[in-house]
Design a binder for this molecule. Structure first.
Ligand SMILES: C[S@@+](CC[C@H](N)C(=O)[O-])C[C@H]1O[C@@H](n2cnc3c(N)ncnc32)[C@H](O)[C@@H]1O
Length: 239
């Protein structure tokens, strides 16, 4: 029996998807116990308590990747103000505060995450340097602008349900983020956003480019089941 080229490609894509889902299931099974209880992580010089229902930046890897990119960015040049959207445990906000001494505002829609990030700020002696606010995306900082906006967004489209619901899923996030970002960047401001091949990466990049933002790669890491990229977003300036 001979397969057409298209059928063979479809079979290969199906096999790749099956392998990716199997790896994900294995990996989640291995870490599930840590998601239901309080865990402690020591990363990048920070001690972090992760409350149940709060995104673990070490287990899920994207938080550490974004924090590393933010640290490198702040070592390169001075940034006066940082907005960390979807702060979760606070890993990125606390890294920014520690590294650059910038004024940092951290926002999350999920009350327990804001509480967890506040606890971590206290543990790490950064509680006077970070302003935590609860709310939806840019709403709590309406009218303010920032030199650096950081975001590790929910990677999937849909209703946020169940434990970690807000960390994984949101409705229309790429468009809403792209729209809000324009008003939140200071004159030479930029954003660092981590996205994964396993999620709505293409929708994010399209929404950002449609709004005139330029996306380039700041940092990239390949894992068995996905590739995560920290994108640098800059605005075209009218001369
Ligand atoms: C993938 S987690 C990232 C957490 C943390 N920044 C990190 O890197 O480890 C996404 C975070 O965004 C928050 N979030 C989801 N939708 C949001 C929204 N509309 N406004 C603000 N925060 C939101 C979630 O509650 C969650 O804490």
């Amino acid at each position: 029996m001979t397969l057409s080229i298209r059928a063979a490609e479809r079979l290969r894509a199906l096999a790749r998807r099956g392998l990716r889902l199997a790896l994900q299931a294995l990996w989640l099974g291995r870490h599930r116990h840590a998601l239901d209880r309080v865990s402690l992580e020591r990363v990048g010089g920070l001690s972090l308590v992760i409350l149940p229902g709060v995104f673990n930046p070490v287990i899920f890897r994207s938080g550490v990747l974004l924090a590393d990119a933010v640290r490198a960015e702040l070592q390169r040049h001075e940034v006066r103000s940082v907005l960390d959207l979807g702060t979760g445990s606070g890993i990125v906000a606390l890294t920014a505060q520690r590294e650059g001494g910038a004024s940092v505002t951290a926002v999350d829609i999920h009350g327990p995450s804001v509480c967890c990030a506040r606890i971590n700020a206290m543990i790490n002696g950064c509680d006077h340097g970070v302003d935590f606010r609860q709310g939806d995306l840019f709403a709590p900082v309406a009218g303010e602008t920032f030199d650096l906006v950081t975001f590790n967004p929910p990677f999937f489209e849909g209703e946020p349900t169940g434990p970690l619901g807000h960390a994984w899923r949101a409705h229309g996030m790429p468009d809403r983020f792209a729209q809000g970002l324009q008003g939140a960047l200071s004159e030479h401001g930029q954003a660092l956003v981590v996205l994964s091949t396993d999620g709505v990466q293409q929708a994010f990049l399209a929404a950002l480019e449609n709004r005139g933002l330029t996306c380039s790669v700041a940092r990239r890491k390949r894992f068995l089941n996905e590739t995560m990229t920290v994108f640098r977003l800059t605005q075209e300036r009218e001369s």
